[in-house]
Design a protein. Structure first.
Length: 414
């Protein structure tokens, strides 16, 4: 596919910026993703029909969860998975399954989600925030090693925006120090690092399957994944009130046999059926999103101050959003004001990513030391995220570039 971006510049030459009252480049909303379509409706209907035929109401941990988790593990190249109620719960259970010593320090990525952080803090652990590599949102090996304390027992590393963390050198460092690794793959379903799917480099991994993710099981959901069978059975028990699932002869009606106190974090059969359906097109989704990002990058060649970020040769991302960098020295305003002007033209972007963990006041009392993540802050302050999905058309991509070009004419120094 090739897009002629030259006409994009012509049609916005004389207009006033939309943020100042001018006409928008795009008057219609960007396209509806429609993650859940007829295929998902058919799967949900099938759950109902199967239930009626069997004469048993559907619940959880039945045929659709088995099919869903088996299909997920096939995609991963082996291992074990349990479907749970959210991505935050998946991280909580992944950490809980490791049975860390009370009061442990846990290294966490510099850019992540409050659900990830809360899953650590609610178990009584302290945070150590690692910085990112330069020009990245992801923690790097050097920054990871600097974050290790005497009490560090684990790390939760987020593959931010669908870009894999440099796991091999981090795994070597962690092994030397006896640190358990949890991969947060919530934004990176199906991404490849060194030819392997993310989630296969640590001891255990967590995935969010909420509606916005590359593959989803409904409004909310999650998966815990591991290649360690013992950890898998512990997760299964933790996710369902301490039941001893590893024992094929256990009686679910006899709580005397349960192992420990825990809550019900199960995902239901309807959600698992939806997840099974969307999972079947994940690789197509990844491929299409990468194609769209490539076309956006081609269009950015026509721009003065906005440029693609460099790609790593040892990975194939599964893009959740598309981060682009800004030459801030060329701007007549702040980067955030510049990006907000682009958004005002009708384009879906996040002008200033607020998920830099060290900037959240409520987190600071839980940190082992004052957090300094200058690399992550610098990268955030020089970038913005284009929010997109696999249904974007050539016209949608052209509008993204036209909006950037229009704003550059007004806010970039000649």
């Amino acid at each position: 596919m090739k897009i002629d971006f030259s006409q994009s510049a012509d049609r916005t030459m004389t207009q006033q910026l939309a943020i100042e009252g001018g006409d928008k480049v795009r008057s219609q909303p960007m396209p509806y993703r429609r993650q859940f379509g007829q295929a998902e409706l058919d799967m949900v209907t099938q759950v109902f029909h199967d239930s009626w035929q069997k004469g048993v109401d559907f619940g959880f941990q039945d045929i659709y969860e088995r099919r869903y988790t088996e299909a997920f593990c096939t995609l991963q190249g082996g291992g074990y998975a349990d479907a749970v109620s959210s991505g935050s719960v998946a991280i909580y259970l992944a950490i809980k399954a490791l049975d860390l010593p009370p009061g442990s320090d846990v290294i966490v990525s510099p850019v992540t989600d409050p659900g990830c952080v809360s899953a650590i803090l609610l178990q009584g652990f302290k945070l150590v925030i690692a910085d990112s590599e330069p020009d990245s949102f992801n923690a790097g090996p050097e920054q990871f090693e600097k974050a290790i304390t005497e009490r560090t027992q684990a790390a939760v590393l987020t593959h931010l925006g669908g870009h894999p963390v440099e796991m091999d050198p981090i795994r070597q460092i962690a092994s030397r120090h006896g640190i358990r690794l949890i991969e947060d793959c919530s934004q990176a379903h199906g991404a490849l690092y060194q030819g392997k799917r993310v989630g296969r480099f640590g001891h255990i991994a967590a995935f969010s399957t909420m509606f916005s993710k590359s593959h989803a099981s409904g409004g909310c959901g999650g998966l815990v994944y591991t290649e360690n069978e013992e950890l898998y059975w512990r997760v299964r028990s933790l996710a369902d009130r301490g039941k001893p699932f590893h024992d094929p002869n256990y009686d679910p009606k006899n709580p005397c046999e349960f192992l420990f106190p825990s809550l019900n974090y199960n995902l239901d059969e309807l959600s698992c059926a939806i997840g099974l359906s969307t999972l079947s097109r994940l690789e197509e989704t990844i491929s299409r999103r990468l194609e769209i990002a490539h076309l956006i990058n081609e269009g950015l060649a026509q721009c003065k101050a906005v440029h693609p970020c460099s790609a790593r040769p040892n990975q194939l991302p599964s893009l959740f959003f598309h981060t682009v960098q800004v030459d801030i020295d060329k701007l007549q305003c702040s980067k955030e004001e510049f990006a907000r002007a682009i958004a005002a033209e009708g384009i879906s972007i996040n002008p200033h990513y607020r998920y830099v963990l060290a900037e959240w006041p409520w987190v600071r009392p839980y940190c082992v030391q004052a957090a300094q993540t200058p690399n992550a802050v610098s990268f955030r302050d020089r970038t913005f995220n284009i929010l997109f999905h696999e249904r974007y058309t050539e016209d949608d991509i052209a509008d993204v570039i036209a909006s950037i070009q229009k704003v550059e004419r007004f806010l970039v120094e000649c």
